[in-house]
Design a binder for this molecule. Structure first.
Ligand SMILES: [Zn+2]
Length: 309
């Protein structure tokens, strides 16, 4: 690999909620060269930063890992508070502008035109470059503190990958993580989401279509599709495949699947103690025939394209 040691690798796991991204990222980070903090947007607004627990069990404001990250951020000219990461690509402006920024058109020429329009807007470019610099500083800080070189992110920010691609010096890669739409919808409904099965399935399909379009802009060797079901049924070989994709040696992965320590934010999964990884197929008993029909209708051909029947 050419000067791979110098350039940090950023791996984005792109998926919907309830598709196993936190689990996958946590297991990946057991490798001596891979780090993760879960979602690099940090705490969401409704969380109380005073009582918020890091996945290590410590209150986030007292966690030594986050204090070390704060020192590294300061060395890179960035004030950092574990209670407020300020890394999210929320750029404001009128609704139509926000929509246009995030939209991925089917045609590359339309995307190029859209990008050219935004690139001609100085205030926008300045703001994006500041955000990219802050994101890159956080990635480098976490890698410095952990002594690793691959950073795995699970945040669902639509703009991060395209903006880092445009303005950062990171080696960018993306994993498209898919889970059977029936499992995702059942998990959402079980959590009391105010949504019906058909609409939840439609949202699943829309998001995965969008991810597919976004990732198609990356060279083929920089994107990888992984199925949650395949991952759960053969964890070790999936991790080995991902190690190679990340550019690290699978042989260096320890026997223990779980990392010795982790400091993850952004998902309740972070606080769960899991002893074994088991395929969650509760949807088979939870969903009614009517709901299954509604999901087939809502997810349409997208579900079939990814091999879910
Ligand atoms: Zn911690």
């Amino acid at each position: 690999m050419t000067n791979g040691a110098a350039q940090p690798v950023f791996v984005s796991i792109q998926t919907t909620a309830f598709s196993g991204a936190t689990l996958l990222a946590t297991l990946l980070a057991a490798h001596p060269e891979i780090a993760t903090i879960g979602e690099m947007n940090g705490l969401i607004a409704r969380e109380d930063p005073e009582s918020y627990l890091c996945s290590c069990g410590q209150r986030i404001k007292l966690c030594a890992f986050w204090q070390a990250v704060g020192s590294e951020m300061l060395r890179r000219g960035q004030n950092f508070d574990a209670a407020d990461f300020s890394t999210q690509f929320a750029l404001g402006g009128p609704r139509v502008v926000q929509h246009l920024r995030k939209r991925s058109f089917g045609h590359p020429r339309l995307n190029a035109l859209r990008d050219a329009l935004f690139a001609a807007w100085p205030a926008e470019v300045r703001r994006i470059k500041q955000l990219v610099a802050r994101n890159q500083a956080l990635i480098e800080s976490v890698l410095a503190v952990t002594g690793k070189r691959v950073f795995v992110d699970t945040s669902k920010d639509r703009l991060r990958l395209p903006m880092l691609r445009r303005y950062s010096s990171l080696d960018l890669r993306a994993v498209h993580l898919l889970r059977d739409v029936r499992g995702v919808v059942a998990s959402r409904l079980r959590r009391g989401a105010a949504i019906d099965a058909r609409e939840a399935a439609r949202q699943w399909a829309t998001l995965h279509e969008r991810i597919r379009r976004t990732l198609s802009a990356l060279p083929p060797d920089k994107r990888l599709q992984i199925g949650y079901e395949a991952f759960c049924s053969d964890v070790r070989s999936t991790l080995a495949q991902l190690d190679r994709f990340c550019g690290v040696d699978p042989a260096r992965r320890p026997v223990d699947l779980w990392p010795e320590s982790h400091h993850i934010v952004g998902n309740e999964m972070r606080l769960k103690q899991i002893s074994e990884i088991r395929l969650d197929e509760r949807w088979r008993s939870i969903l009614s025939e009517d709901q299954l029909a509604a999901i087939r209708w809502g997810a349409g051909s997208t579900s079939l394209r990814y091999g879910y029947r």
